[in-house]
Design a protein around this ligand. Sequence first.
Ligand SMILES: [Zn+2]
Ligand SMILES: [Zn+2]
Length: 416
Amino acid sequence: MLDEKMVDYCEIICCNCTINPLFDEFKLEIDDLDDYPKINVVGYGEEDIFICENCDFELEPLDMYFESNENYQHAIELTTTSIANVLSEKIEHCSHCAGKELEYYEYRAGKEKIPYTSHGQDIYDFLCEYNVPEEFHEEVMNKLRCSSCGYGEEMHPKHNPDGGYFCYSDRIYTAQEISEFWGFEEELIQIAQIYGIEISANMIDNFIEYCSNNPMLAFNHELSKLIFVVLKKVLADEQRVLKRESGVLLFRGRKRVKDSSKYKIEELGMPPLGMSSHGRYNLVGTSVLYLSDDREGIPYEIEPKKNEVVDIAIYQVKQTLTLFNVDEIFRDFSIYISKENEESKTVKRNYLFTNFLASACNEIGFDGIYYKGAGEKSYNNIALFEKAISKVQGKEFVETVEFKAIYHHNQFKVLY
Ligand SMILES: [Zn+2]
Ligand SMILES: [Zn+2]
């Protein structure tokens, strides 16, 4: 008889409407949380009826609950701390460190009606993106900490002397966003300075604007002349020029469908004029031979699909190659190149610059450009200019390799 059962209204809070969704979302385990308060379980054939104070649902056998509000509060505290720890790792930079300058630039751009919006994400969107329920926002937010400057959470004498907490409008930035913002401008200015040449940020902005409107006329701009002078200095600087001596092996891969016929060495050379797609370091109207210095890097460069194999040709350096080490000079420049498919404005800006840089290096007497590979493996690529092709020799033997690859979160990974 139902009315004979005790209806227990006293401070029962179920897990279904509180911690369960959080545990699922953030893949937390009770066992990983120290001192977690007691969780009760409704048994079969219990005399009492349990009704959750929070959601008003009647609990069923095997449902879990907290027997007191005190236990519930304690559980929420531990749970939100764990969530905040997980999320803090994703905060690479914030409004209180490297993001400050981006926000200032955005503010100035707004005043001068220059179209610019920094990327970044405000804390509110960040919490929503990670499905933190609104009722726990405040609690989680107060425990977030920037992994770069330490802002947030409680007072810390070194990182957070004022003991500030994040608020909804604070923004967070990825390391990539920060370096994309600075781009190559800073580095170009610095390298020029080393050789006593003054280049201003304004001049670069103006140059890029000019190139986007008339790419073929890039050489007429005043900055081109300065870049030529800088590159000539680099070429003459033994410390900065990268050499690849004779005997060094380089690799070039091309993918094809499994059952199709194998490429010959001639087909693994420089793409014939007119066939080469315009990309990366391809100069308009010329060809570039893309080589890797490690054969393990090849699948990352050409991303073979499941039904494809890769034919690999080996080239040997016959005459010393003099290369422009782009990442050494423009710190981590390759991040702009490895994302050639992305449509963002920054990438396009940089893309124009890459092409110009390649033309200039070619003109001045470099044999090619040396740059970091796209994959997570550490290897480097060489974009060899057409006129230097005689300095390498392809071996007759072409090797066919089938790489096992997985695509995960849009990222390509090779299994070895
Ligand atoms: Zn409930
Ligand atoms: Zn920060």
